[in-house]
Design a protein around this ligand. Structure first.
Ligand SMILES: C[S@@+](CC[C@H](N)C(=O)[O-])C[C@H]1O[C@@H](n2cnc3c(N)ncnc32)[C@H](O)[C@@H]1O
Length: 326
């Protein structure tokens, strides 16, 4: 250990790879800090709730879906701490799973309740969960604990308290991938600091603390210190990782706009089809392969799966830690 707050072992491969960087600290220019409910309410108000909660594909086409199918036990409690728009709580709750979502963004939780009053979603703080010790079988924390500038420890300790001994803590945090390491070194990530410990400190001018990005060794060590044993990890959200490459978001937005325009033009009036002429056979659907590769991030695709996984492990936005109480 180098200090109480930086617990990457200096000799670990990840630490060597990133020249001993344990974490990045990222800032943003929005007025509300990511630690505040207002920030998240504003964030979720930009999304259409109905398109998230009303479409099961939002969950079924998520690379985490197989993990939830593997770990959830229908008669045991599934908790999402920091559930946001609560799509997982709704998806599994609708299918008979005991499910509870907690989030401190009150306007978002009210909107979710208006959409589906039967859902068990509550305004609350993941640092003081309204649950007995050992009450939770599967606790999903997706992109939450990195937003505490003082460090994730209090959130991890509270998660450990509510976990059943045979339960699963599924926790994802931003990953210090090879790509992010390069982008940080090239100063392409906006305001960012390489840090060795998690402490509250003045932000650069005009910026607010947003999140920590953890090397795998660093976050594994934090989970171990909180009383968890990590079974495995995998990286997730490859496309979001690539979107940090300068200019790529603008390029993708341009391509999407172009595709829309081409589609609109293609939908112009066509000659009436003669009923004698057989309808052309539907074109093969390459998008299925693309969707499997880039949306589902499916490592089992023949031939493509292995290189895809190699690239994903080095460039994805988040890393999922699958852990059990020790
Ligand atoms: C990046 S979002 C993730 C949302 C959701 N887990 C998902 O994967 O779509 C983080 C969420 O955590 C919530 N959050 C952050 N700190 C919290 C706290 N102390 N207590 C409860 N919720 C919190 C925010 O309101 C926000 O909805």
């Amino acid at each position: 250990m180098r200090s109480a707050n930086c617990i990457t072992r200096i000799g670990s491969p990840s630490a060597v790879l990133y020249r001993f960087i344990a974490m990045l600290k990222m800032y943003h220019a929005r007025s509300a800090a990511a630690g505040s409910p207002d920030f998240w309410d504003e964030n979720w108000e930009m999304n259409q709730l109905a398109s998230v909660l009303g479409d099961p594909r939002v969950c079924e086409h998520n690379p985490l879906f197989p993990l939830f199918r593997e770990k959830l036990r229908r008669d045991r409690l599934f908790l999402e701490g920091g559930c946001g728009q609560a799509q997982w709580v709704k998806y599994f709750g609708d299918r008979g799973q005991r499910s509870l979502g907690i989030d401190f963004a009150a306007r978002t939780i009210e909107a979710v309740k208006r959409f589906d009053a039967a859902l068990d979603v509550r305004v609350g703080n993941i640092l003081a969960l309204p649950l007995d010790d050992g009450a939770v079988h599967t606790y999903y924390s997706g992109g939450v604990v990195e937003h505490f500038e003082g460090g994730p420890e209090p959130a991890l300790a509270e998660a450990r308290r509510v976990m059943a001994d045979d339960g699963w803590f599924l926790c994802s945090v931003p990953d210090l991938s090879l790509l992010r390491g390069w982008l940080a070194r090239a100063r392409a990530l906006g305001p960012v600091r390489r840090v060795e410990r998690t402490v509250e400190e003045p932000a650069p001018d005009g910026a607010q603390f947003f999140q920590y990005v953890f090397s795998e060794a660093e976050f594994r060590a934090r989970l171990a210190a909180a009383g968890f044993r990590v079974e495995r990890t995998f990286s997730v959200s490859m496309m979001w990782g690539w979107m940090e490459i300068p200019g790529l978001t603008a390029l993708v937005d341009g391509l999407v706009a172009l595709k829309r325009r081409v589609r609109r033009n293609g939908a112009a009036p066509r000659a009436a089809a003669s009923s004698d002429v057989p309808a052309p056979a539907p074109a093969p659907r390459p998008p299925d392969l693309l969707r499997r590769a880039f949306v589902l991030e499916d490592p089992t695709i023949p031939l493509v799966g292995a290189p895809l996984r190699f690239i994903r492990e080095r460039s994805a936005n988040m890393r999922m830690y699958i852990a059990q109480p020790r």
